[in-house]
Write a protein that binds this ligand. Structure first.
Ligand SMILES: C[S@@+](CC[C@H](N)C(=O)[O-])C[C@H]1O[C@@H](n2cnc3c(N)ncnc32)[C@H](O)[C@@H]1O
Length: 161
C-alpha cells in the first residue's frame, strides 16, 4: 500500500475484488476515501463528488454546453454514447436528457453515488479503464472522456482503448 494511505479498519472496508467487481477502498491520513486498485490520484468520497458536480457546472457554463464536438446531428439521430470515467454521472444524465434518442453508457471504477438516480436511458457499467474497455469495437457513435488526467499513468497512456 502506498505510504500516504492508511486503512482505518479492515472491517470498515470491502476486501480485494476482481477489477470488474467492487472496488477496494481505504481511508487516508486526511480522512479521505480512496480507491486502492487503480492509480487514481484523487479521493472518491462525498466531498469529491460535490467538487466534481461544481466543476461540471462551471465547465458547462464556460463551454456553453456539454458537447463541443460537431456531433449534434449524430446525437439527435440517437447514436449510442459512452462516457468514460463518468464520476458523478452528471454529464451522462444531462446528455441523455438533451438527446432522448440516445442510450448513454456511463463507465467508471465505481458507480455514481448521486442523490439523483440514473434515468432509464443511462446505463452504468463498472470496470477499470486501464484493463481495457469491456465493449466490442464499434459499440458507440460518440465517446466522451473528461478529466481523467489524474487516473492514467504516462506508461499506460498509449494503451489501445
Ligand atoms: C476527475 S473524475 C472526472 C469525472 C467526470 N468525467 C467529470 O468530468 O466530471 C475521474 C473519474 O474517473 C474515474 N476513474 C479513474 N481511473 C479509472 C479507471 N482506471 N477506470 C475507470 N474509471 C476510472 C474515477 O473514479 C472518477 O470518477
Amino acid at each position: 500500500m502506498p505510504w500516504w494511505r492508511t486503512r482505518r479498519s479492515e472491517a470498515d472496508l470491502p476486501s480485494a475484488s476482481p477489477a470488474t467487481g467492487m472496488a477496494t477502498v481505504s481511508v487516508d491520513a486526511a480522512g479521505r476515501r480512496r480507491v486502492e486498485d487503480i492509480p487514481y490520484l484523487l479521493p472518491k468520497d462525498q466531498e469529491e463528488l460535490n467538487r466534481l458536480d461544481y466543476q461540471h457546472y462551471v465547465l458547462r457554463q464556460v463551454c456553453r454546453g456539454n458537447v463541443l464536438a460537431p456531433v449534434a446531428k449524430l446525437l439527435c439521430e440517437g447514436v449510442p454514447v459512452l462516457d468514460v470515467g463518468t464520476g458523478t454521472g452528471r454529464w451522462a444524465m444531462e446528455v441523455a436528457e438533451a438527446f432522448p434518442r440516445c442510450q448513454v453508457t456511463a463507465f467508471d471504477r465505481e458507480p455514481p453515488r448521486s442523490s439523483q438516480p440514473l434515468p432509464p436511458s443511462v446505463h452504468f457499467v463498472q470496470g477499470d479503464l486501464l484493463q481495457g474497455l469491456p465493449f466490442p469495437n464499434q459499440s458507440f457513435g460518440y465517446v466522451h472522456q473528461r478529466l481523467l488526467v489524474a487516473g492514467i499513468p504516462l506508461q499506460q497512456s498509449r494503451i489501445h482503448i
